[in-house]
Design a protein around this ligand. Structure first.
Ligand code: SF4
Length: 293
């Protein structure tokens, strides 16, 4: 039987059944087979992109209340070319440990902005080694010195959106051109902008729809702490020095105990809470920030 939704997005009962079968198999502990229905499609192929969105919505509703390990195993199985992004930040060890457990072959993309704390680079090296992960450094076009020559020193103080675009969003867009989907450690509880994060979505990204997965979307801070403790995983070394959220050093400040964990990110700029890599490509949700006066 076809309902209105299936007529709109082209997801037939057979497609729905296939998603249900792959989810059920995952919950039984199997790794589902790669599924071409989840291969990225060009954004302007309206029928195919609507189909992809419909499939992702279907998967999201089936996986919403499932364990993070199941969500990740399902995505790593069905999405033909799958990846994970990690900032190797405060609680990144959670998602990376899950990857090492259920999908160790999946590459981890690390945005090497050139502005990381030394502690982050050490943490990245040690954690990748301990968990047996393959980490790919995603590089910007310009070195830090080249960017300073072309755009002036300390662009991050004058126009952090431009700096984030050059050092994060554009390089990630280019890297993801080689993949059909990716997982992130985004959690709904982190910021108001992340509150509606689906566990699975079809995300327009550089002219294509890719499958984006957030296995930890429902997790609270307490869930994260419990997981780190239960698996004896390391926190980023700067957490103990008052940095509950860690990005590039020019845009990360210590915060007072009990304050909003992300209050130290771009703290000199009104309204900037995201670098842009988790925002939609449509521009409408990408805000310009207010430069400090
Ligand atoms: S977080 Fe700061 S230093 Fe890093 S890319 Fe964005 S603006 Fe530049």
């Amino acid at each position: 039987m076809h309902d209105l939704a299936s007529d709109i997005n082209g997801v037939s009962d057979a497609d729905r059944d296939a998603v249900a079968t792959s989810v059920a198999g995952t919950l039984d502990g199997h790794s589902p087979q790669s599924d071409d229905r989840f291969r990225a499609v060009p954004e302007d192929f309206s029928e195919e992109s609507a189909f992809m969105r419909g499939l992702a919505d279907e998967a999201a509703s089936m996986l919403e209340d499932k364990p993070a390990s199941s969500i990740l195993r399902w995505a790593a199985g069905v999405v033909p070319r799958f990846s994970v992004t990690s900032s190797f930040g405060a609680d990144s060890a959670v998602l990376l440990h899950l990857v090492s457990e259920v999908a160790p072959e999946v590459p981890v993309l690390f945005l090497e902005t050139g502005f990381h704390f030394d502690e982050t680079l050490t943490f990245r090296r040690d954690l990748a080694h301990d968990l047996g992960l393959t980490v790919l450094d995603v590089q910007p076009d310009l070195s830090v010195a080249q960017q300073a020559r072309r755009h002036g020193a300390e662009l991050y103080r004058r126009d952090p959106d431009a700096c984030c675009a050059m050092r994060k969003t554009i390089p990630l867009r280019r890297a993801l051109a080689n993949f059909d989907g990716w997982a992130t450690g985004v959690r709904r509880a982190q910021t108001p902008e992340r509150a509606a994060t689906p566990v699975v979505e079809a995300r327009p990204h550089a002219g294509r729809y890719l499958v984006k997965v957030a296995p930890l979307a429902r997790w609270t801070e307490a869930d994260v702490e419990d997981y780190l403790d239960a698996h004896d995983l390391p926190r980023h070394p700067l957490v103990d020095q008052g940095y509950p959220s860690i990005g590039c050093w020019p845009c990360t400040k210590q915060v007072a105990p009990g304050a909003d964990p992300r209050a130290g990110r771009w703290s000199e700029f009104d309204g900037k809470t995201e670098c842009g890599i988790h925002l939609a490509d449509d521009g409408a949700t990408v805000r310009r920030t207010t430069t400090p006066g």
